[in-house]
Design a protein around this ligand. Sequence first.
Ligand SMILES: Nc1ncnc2c1ncn2[C@@H]1O[C@H](COP(=O)(O)OP(=O)(O)OP(=O)(O)O)[C@@H](O)[C@H]1O
Length: 594
Amino acid sequence: MRELKFLNRFFWKYRWRLLLGIIFICVSNYFRVLQPQVIREALDLVVEQVSTYRMYEGFELGNEYFGVLSHSLMIFGAIVLLLAILMGFFLYLTRQTIIVMSRLIEYDLRELIYDHYQELSLDFYKRNNTGDLMNRITEDVNKVRMYLGPAVMYLANLISTIALVIFAMLAVSPTLTLYTLIPLPLLAISIYYVSNIIHTRSTFIQQQLSKLTSTAQEVFSGVRVVKSYVREKQQVDYFAKESDQYKNMSMDLAKIDAWFFPLMVFMVGASTILTVYVGGLQVVNGSISAGNIAEFVIYVNMLTWPVTAIGWIASIVQQAAASQKRINEFLETKTSIVDPKPEDRHDIEGEITFENVSFVYPDTGIKAIDNVSFHLKPGEKLAIIGRTGSGKTTIADLLLRMYDVTEGRILIDGKDIREQGLANLRQQIGYVPQDIFLFSDDIHNNIAFGSSTTPTRAEIEEFAGYAAVREDIEGLALGFDTLVGERGVTLSGGQKQRVSIARALIKKPDIILLDDCLSAVDTNTEQQILGYFNEALGDKTAVIITHRIYGHLKFDKIMVLEDGHVAEMGTHEELLANGGYYSEIVERQVEEVD
Ligand SMILES: Nc1ncnc2c1ncn2[C@@H]1O[C@H](COP(=O)(O)OP(=O)(O)OP(=O)(O)O)[C@@H](O)[C@H]1O
């Protein structure tokens, strides 16, 4: 329950709503408790007056007597109706305050978690899977909301109903109250027990359902692989097996669920029988009226739901505590990359220095970068080449401060990047990652995403032109308004890379960082893009990670990485003369062209 303390700040924020809600529910219950009393009065009136009426029945006076009696009963009926309306009105106000409060807190909480997610560094996202992140912001928040709204409301209802009903019962007959209440704790305990079993089984069902959904989702995403390997039958069998397990679990739940209402009805029945029996004896000895028995039977029914709700509330609170614990785990996670100057905004020249940089991935202990040093003056171009897994992407991640170096320093314009504004640093670097990602939005917005202002269509077209993708886009029926991703068309790998380049270029960055982003484009398009880079990025510092040697782009330095350390470093000519890995790939590329 300690976990739920976190939510007290929200209760405090909306304290007036909460207080009003509690007052409304008490008022509503007050009117509810008056109803049986009015009914008791009406019944007693009938019981008392019916024998007098029988005496005059058939006479003129008898008819008059009947008229007065039915008029009085109608007044009682009208009072009961009025009380029901008042009760309903205040119940409406209760929901408008407490349930609305829970929705507002749900919104605040979700925003808080999402803001926190945005702050967290890449290693957090690598450590936790997307499904888990999604669950905590959706399912877990929903469960916490059940505690904030319905559980709080039913708890207030439970306390006020029990207090008011028992008070009204005691005023009539303490002995009868005692007998009537005997079965209720048993009801509460058994419902609690049944609710717990229901909760445990529901949790397993939920987990099985998630497994089922993610299995289906994975098969849908990998449908190409499934089909090309003709694995449809295996997938169907596997799904059927999991689905069968889900069905069995649901059946088990239905069995225990079926106990819920009979148990409730049985306990209420027991309480009613006791009331009628003990109450009947008391009527005989004259200590209460016949109307009191009816009044008590209504009280018992009134107590049924709140008492049943004890088990339900307990189960909601338990689930909410478990969910809040999971939420707190993430909220307490501190980002490993701290922005020392969030407000910092300055242009940079583009000088980059790596000083004996080493980096070990914290989760795997892999030393991806080992004592790497290089220096680029503003405007210089560096190519990073190396076998797969040699640490090229890690260099890009370190430059963007997705991770902080384990040893050494990275300087931009002579200043350690850990001492510069993080947002400013990233703002000045135009980055095209290796694994291209486009949002499920139109192409215009995907490119505009790179810009801090709202670019015009002409600008978007201009930068799409620089990335040599403009013609491809204009060839689509909806042009730049074409939706991409899950809801739209599927662009080819090369088109996606170029849209992503346009997104980086429109940022007008001081440093450009491209991670193998021309791997899926043909040589002509590559030349077109590089031509633009030569022309427009002339004064920008560029770090280009590649597996190919580009004849069209003149690099000031070429760095060959091997297992995280610098194996070769120099100009094209120097490395060719070296006869190492670089000259090998140049030779291979020349052979391919021949
Ligand atoms: N998030 C990570 N956590 C742990 N280890 C990682 C992570 N990312 C990369 N590595 C490891 O670090 C090493 C360098 O990886 P990196 O992605 O930088 O290589 P690369 O040269 O860019 O490869 P490629 O050319 O295939 O993209 C590899 O051994 C890789 O397994």
